[in-house]
Write a protein that binds this ligand. Structure first.
Ligand code: FES
Length: 107
């Protein structure tokens, strides 16, 4: 279980508990948090689950694989340092306290 803070582009914060084994995308979807659309359902095929990871968390997350890297090219204004696809981030206890910010829009 991890407490994850999702911050909408307008600054609205959502702090929710997300069970281990879900993805950060599923945590947003299951709690009806706006700003993460996840059109492909988590298949790493749409880039509409894009977020900017808080700078303090960038180094603590597992690195992007090639598929995520490629798909981020299609995201809206990706940041090479902070952008991640939330469907590719599995929740574990290690993610407790994670903070992510949604972009202005998804594509
Ligand atoms: S939900 Fe489509 S790429 Fe993440």
């Amino acid at each position: 279980m991890a407490k994850i803070t999702y911050i909408e582009f307008n600054g609205t914060r959502h702090e929710v508990e997300v069970a281990n084994g879900l993805t950060v995308m599923e945590g947003a979807r299951d709690n009806a948090i706006p700003g993460i659309e996840a059109d492909c359902g988590g298949a790493c095929a749409c880039s509409t689950c894009h977020v900017y990871v808080d700078p303090t968390w960038v180094e603590k997350l597992p690195p992007r694989d090639d598929m995520e890297e490629d798909m981020l090219d299609f995201a809206y204004e990706p940041d090479p340092a902070r952008s991640r696809l939330t469907c590719q981030l599995k929740v574990t206890d290690a993610l407790d306290g994670l903070i992510v910010q949604m972009p202005e829009k998804q594509i």
